[in-house]
Design a protein around this ligand. Structure first.
Ligand SMILES: C[S@@+](CC[C@H](N)C(=O)[O-])C[C@H]1O[C@@H](n2cnc3c(N)ncnc32)[C@H](O)[C@@H]1O
Length: 240
């Protein structure tokens, strides 16, 4: 259970943007691979999550098909973020924004299933009902472009991460951030390519942290760790 917030505590908002998380699009729902997979799982074809590791043969007709259907990236990133000491301190807020402008808001107390198939089932329920689990929803899904998400969060600083950004060292990223600030960090929830949303327009800064494109989960853990270090959160925890 995350610690109760002290008044004046600042938050890090983490958005996984343009994530490749979606239900099977109607235009490929009748493909035999999709029908077979849906039948096996006892669901309608358009009620299962698109997963390139299973639906690859059906996806060639889709625009951007080489990057779509990657719930594994979202699963991996969220498991790491929710377990981070910053989240345990109640100072992290996680959001997943998708290519179709769906926005998932997670309660910091969310405990995601580690098993991928159970995560997929949870996401399918979320896409179909808008909130899950049914008794006490911890995840909520709504329609919201990235700009609307930021308008709601109202961060004092928005930092996006891209290997096409301006080079910066991790220790300099949060320099000058104080406990009065709410920072929003945007990391792409896709395997390759560029942001679809107009991240440049929405960010104060776009930062590159490595000469090579890194995997999103690697960047997510470091975005959080660098923030913990910059605000002395790990030091404070060690003294407890
Ligand atoms: C697998 S990458 C997508 C590849 C993409 N070509 C890119 O812009 O880095 C997923 C996300 O991780 C972050 N990322 C990956 N490599 C990065 C780098 N060298 N510097 C900053 N962010 C990076 C970006 O947010 C990116 O959208």
């Amino acid at each position: 259970m995350p610690r109760q917030l002290d008044s004046g505590d600042c938050l890090l908002h983490l958005i996984l943007a343009d994530s490749e998380l979606e239900l099977v699009p109607r235009e490929i729902a009748s493909h035999r691979v999709i029908r077979w997979n849906a039948h096996r799982r006892g669901r309608r074809p358009t009620e299962i999550l698109l997963d390139s590791s299973v639906h690859y043969p059906a996806m060639r007709k889709l625009p951007d098909w080489t990057r779509r259907g990657r719930p594994d990236i979202v699963h991996f990133c969220l498991l790491l973020a929710l377990d981070a000491p910053l989240n345990r301190e109640g100072l992290l807020r996680e959001y997943v924004h998708t290519r179709h402008d769906k926005l998932i808001t997670l309660d910091p107390a969310t405990r995601l299933p580690h098993a991928f198939n159970r995560f997929v089932g949870l996401m399918e329920h979320l896409f179909l009902t808008g909130a899950t689990p049914p008794d006490k929803p911890l995840l909520r899904l709504e329609d919201a472009p990235l700009a609307d998400a930021l308008a709601r969060i109202k961060p004092t600083r928005t930092i996006s991460f891209s290997h096409l950004g301006r080079r910066k060292r991790w220790k300099d990223i949060y320099r000058g951030i104080s406990r009065d600030d709410d920072v929003c960090a945007i990391v792409g929830g896709f395997p390759h390519g560029s942001f679809i949303s107009d991240v440049e327009e929405l960010s104060d800064e776009i930062i590159c942290v490595d000469p090579e494109p890194l995997h999103a989960p690697t960047v997510v853990t470091r975005v959080i760790f660098a923030y913990e270090e910059a605000l002395g959160i790990m030091e404070a925890r060690q003294k407890r």
